[in-house]
Design a protein around this ligand. Structure first.
Ligand code: AFP
Length: 326
């Protein structure tokens, strides 16, 4: 019989190796529990009628899916049970969620169901999370953390049962769900250097609305790489991490309908862009915004702040960053 190392065994060894505490194990056990619960509801969603709209809009002004509400409720429940979370930020909750502000140890920023446009088709969606730690050397001022202050970030691609997590200074690791619904078989992820496997991923329907310099870059380089786009960051970045290349969601600044311009970008900084940027950097890649600024250096002013995102293989991101800075 073949037995694979489980994620929790991998993490316990990691904590022991770096002389860390049990607190993080309790938090990760809760996030794993939440992901499995969300996966169950998504897998049974079509039969149980969970894949429709919830007849309300979220703080982003987007129509909310029932699964968004279910996934958000499940995640907040599991985070609350740990007693370890100071505050949480969710894409589906307008305000910062106070949990255990007195003695909690972590801040958790999450998108409970990323890629809502795929829900009604039962196509892959994601559960994204970033974790930062309380200031243990002095009073906590509850400031919103930049990605470079995260201690871990990860994503579950649902319902594929794939889980990828990056641990600060310890790399990015992928796990797969086994027959006992355990995440097992850790594989270290490093973006491949061989450009032959590289792919580009972006919403091609928007390319005429991007900055002229980006449109020019696409016309000069686009055909060098395969093109893939799922419309869910978790799924698209999952491929970028495996194949190399670049995922981008540039600022929309040349839309014929000015109301549809998004000069600040579409993706959310704290629980989308910083999460994939953290995982990408621990896998040897990088990520920048529309000014060519490293995503992980951006200090959030607002917990639902948006940003443009270019993430992937270092040579491509450096090329784009030089264009954006010029
Ligand atoms: P949400 O459904 O969580 O809002 O996520 C969708 C998303 O933010 C991200 O997952 C995709 O990469 C991007 O939007 C897709 O946007 P388009 O539909 O405009 O391509």
């Amino acid at each position: 019989m073949q037995f694979e190392q489980t994620f929790m065994n991998f993490l316990m060894n990691h904590q022991e190796k770096y002389n860390r505490t049990h607190h993080f194990l309790i938090l990760m056990d809760a996030l794993i529990g939440a992901a499995k619960h969300i996966q169950y509801y998504y897998l049974t969603g079509a039969l149980r009628g969970h894949l429709g709209f919830a007849d309300c809009v979220n703080v982003q002004g987007e129509d909310v899916m029932r699964m968004d509400v279910i996934a958000n409720e499940i995640t907040i429940h599991y985070l609350t049970t740990t007693g370890k979370v100071i505050q949480a930020v969710s894409e589906e909750t307008t305000d910062i969620i106070p949990l255990n502000e007195e003695s909690g140890r972590y801040f958790v920023y999450f998108d409970p169901l990323d890629g809502s446009s795929n829900v009604s088709h039962g196509l892959p969606v994601g559960f994204l999370f970033g974790i930062a730690k309380r200031n243990l050397d002095g009073p906590e001022d509850f400031h919103l953390r930049a990605g470079k202050d995260y201690i871990a970030a990860g994503m579950f691609v649902i319902p594929t049962g794939t889980f990828t997590i990056a641990l600060k200074g310890a790399g990015t690791w992928r796990f797969h769900m086994d027959e006992t619904m355990n995440y097992v078989k850790p594989a270290r992820m490093m973006l491949p250097e061989n450009v032959k496997s590289w792919e580009l991923s972006y919403n091609a329907a928007n390319d005429y609305t991007y900055a002229q310099s980006i449109q020019k870059w696409i016309s000069e380089n686009g055909r060098k790489y395969a093109f893939r786009y799922l419309g869910a960051l978790a799924g698209d970045f999952h491929r970028t991490l495996t194949k190399g290349g670049m995922f981008m969601y540039p600022a929309i600044i040349n839309h014929p309908d000015p109301k549809k311009n998004r000069p600040a970008g579409k993706l959310r900084l704290m629980y989308e862009a910083s999460v994939v940027a953290f995982m990408c950097e621990e896998a040897g890649g990088s990520a920048v915004d529309e000014k060519g600024t490293p995503i992980l250096d951006i200090v959030p002013e607002n917990h639902h702040q948006r940003t443009a995102l270019y993430v992937g293989s270092k040579p491509l991101i450096e090329d784009i960053a030089n264009i954006l800075k010029s």
